[in-house]
Design a protein around this ligand. Structure first.
Ligand SMILES: [Fe+2]
Length: 229
């Protein structure tokens, strides 16, 4: 992987929110190479499973990275006070079944025309209020408070913090707003589907792009995730 290619990927992330680059050492499952790529992109975070967390099916239930179920569009680490700003997903083995595709939705598209989007009149304002809390996934529970402190879903400059399935809707009215926003997110026509091949690395802004994936059946699918500060 040439430095110039990494620089152009980083520029694409700044402009568009995400980029995909390719590295043969990643296809070979070389974790030392993944670590050095991550260090070239930013400062790897040690939280929530460490700097190289395997995303591979190993449980029937649990957080997204340990099952083969489809996942809703979300930002990572929404249960932390300060989520990491970017992340890398290293694809070692894609699913042979054709599932496990990445889904990406830029918040610029998501927030465009939000008030006419099938939400109630007060929903956008409520999503901007710092009243939303998330439960930390059990596998990471030692690393963060559960539930999280209260934050806005829609922050400044198009930044979003979101995940639906572990949301704690304690205040009245939040559950309805969350359900409507969830539908708006999941049905959004601007969502792009990306198929990662072995050696592909998805480089993504964690607050300006929501990410998710389709379900898959291949027990050998293997990616690694590195979050970056
Ligand atoms: Fe994620």
């Amino acid at each position: 992987m040439r430095t110039a290619d990494l620089r152009s990927a980083a520029r694409e992330v700044t402009l568009r929110g995400w980029a995909v680059f390719h590295d043969e050492d990643v296809a070979a499952g070389d974790t030392a190479a993944m670590d050095s790529l991550a260090r070239a992109c930013g400062r790897p975070s040690a939280r929530d499973g460490g700097p190289l967390w395997p995303v591979a099916p190993r449980a029937a239930t649990g957080t997204f990275s340990v099952t083969s179920a489809d996942t809703g569009l979300h930002t990572d680490a929404q249960y932390h006070e300060r989520p990491e700003s970017r992340f890398l997903l290293f694809c070692v083995r894609p699913a042979w079944c054709g599932g496990g595709l990445s889904r990406l939705l830029r918040t610029a598209d998501l927030l465009d025309g939000l008030s006419e989007a099938g939400l109630d009149e007060n929903d956008p304002a409520l999503l901007e209020r710092g009243v939303w809390r998330w439960r930390t996934p059990e596998v990471f529970r030692a690393a963060a408070r559960a539930p999280s402190g209260a934050h806005a879903v829609i922050g400044r400059r198009g930044k979003v913090r979101w995940r639906y399935d572990n949301l704690v809707a304690t205040e009245s009215g939040l559950a309805g707003t969350a359900r409507r926003f969830h539908r708006h997110v999941e049905d959004h026509p601007a969502t792009e589907t990306v198929s990662l091949s072995a050696g592909d690395v998805l480089y993504c802004d964690n607050s300006l792009v929501l990410h998710g994936r389709t379900a898959f059946r291949d027990p050998g699918r293997l990616l690694y995730r590195t979050r970056l500060w």
